[in-house]
Design a protein around this ligand. Structure first.
Ligand code: NAD
Length: 286
């Protein structure tokens, strides 16, 4: 094995400690504790686990848990009313609608009920537009977490060849824009790319978010490259990513494991966004 392993758990712990200190400073400056409203619709077990962890870690960071749970058969209007109610509540700094919602709901329309300044998932059109224009705004948590990992390991981005595999609104697109914002030369590969491995081989920094277990092998990795695996899949032997870890570890210079890489960063950045939102709403922003 040649790759250094990126310790996402440790970096996430640092971010959460920073957020906890930020909450203390906000209180000391006369502000009120940030409130995070996670909204869970239905009883999907994976979503329940994600939401439980978000709530637990937000409370550990000194925030107020404003969780709401709606039944799986809730209608669009009722879900919308709840989001509107949260949007008007001064105790709620951030609102996170846990995705995916049950199929009968229009989740895009629901996300748009969240005011941009409380959109701690960074998914509203306004925040996506601010990112596209390179202006300040709340950024999607997973790509923001990847940027934080790259910085924690001093990965050079200016002028680097970066390849992002995947173009979802949640991960791939904002990821490419964040890398571009740091002056990388960015290529996005996706399901219609002719030769994904060939495109990936040019990457100094390769971020894989395709949602296909083991899609990327050693043949797609330039020796010494930094490889970030966003994928998460529950396999027979536990969690696996989109990258074939054992073989890529022989080629890459830096590599994230699954679990323990990007996953813990997503929640940490959610907490960071919630603090940023609370400070801005209370007029105590940076
Ligand atoms: P998605 O299904 O919305 O998007 C997948 C993208 O991959 C699409 O843009 C598609 O064009 C591309 N793609 C599909 N097949 C491909 C192929 N053969 N070659 C190249 N590109 C291909 O998924 P998503 O929401 O972006 O999530 C991607 C993965 O990341 C999933 O495994 C998901 O579970 C994981 N994820 C992890 C975290 C985390 O916190 N670690 C957060 C969000 C998503």
């Amino acid at each position: 094995m040649t790759a250094r392993v990126i310790d996402g758990k440790a970096v996430a712990r640092e971010v959460r400690a920073e957020v906890a200190r930020g909450v203390e400073q906000l209180l000391a400056a006369g502000g009120t504790a940030p409130g995070l409203a996670t909204v869970l619709v239905g009883d999907d077990p994976a979503s329940e686990v994600y939401v439980r962890n978000k709530r637990r870690l937000s409370v550990e960071a000194g925030m107020v848990d404003q969780h709401r749970h709606l039944p799986g058969d809730v209608d669009q209007a009722t879900a919308q009313d709840l989001l509107d109610e949260l949007a008007a509540d001064p105790a709620v700094s951030g609102i996170l609608l846990q995705l995916p919602t049950p199929k009968h709901l229009d989740s895009d329309a629901l996300v748009l009920r969240i005011p941009a300044e409380r959109d701690v998932d960074g998914l509203t059109t306004l925040n996506a537009g601010l990112l596209a224009q390179g202006r300040p705004g709340l950024r999607p948590c997973t790509p923001a977490g990847v940027m934080r990992l790259l910085d924690a390991y001093d990965v050079e981005l200016a002028g680097a060849e970066a390849v992002v595999v995947g173009r979802s609104a949640l991960v791939g697109k904002p990821m490419a824009q964040l890398l571009l914002g740091r002056n990388a030369t960015v290529t996005t590969a996706h399901s219609r790319t002719k030769d994904v491995a060939e495109v990936c081989r040019r990457a100094d920094v390769l971020v894989v978010a395709a949602g296909i277990p083991g899609l990327i092998g050693a043949d797609a990795v330039k020796p010494g490259a930094t490889v970030i695996d966003v994928g998460i899949h529950r396999g027979e032997d536990g969690l696996v990513g989109d990258v074939r870890y054992d073989e890529v570890a022989e080629v890459a210079g830096l590599l994230t494991p699954v679990p323990g890489g990007v996953g813990p960063m997503t929640i940490a950045m959610l907490l960071a966004n919630t603090l940023t939102a609370a400070k801005a709403q209370q007029g105590l922003g940076d």
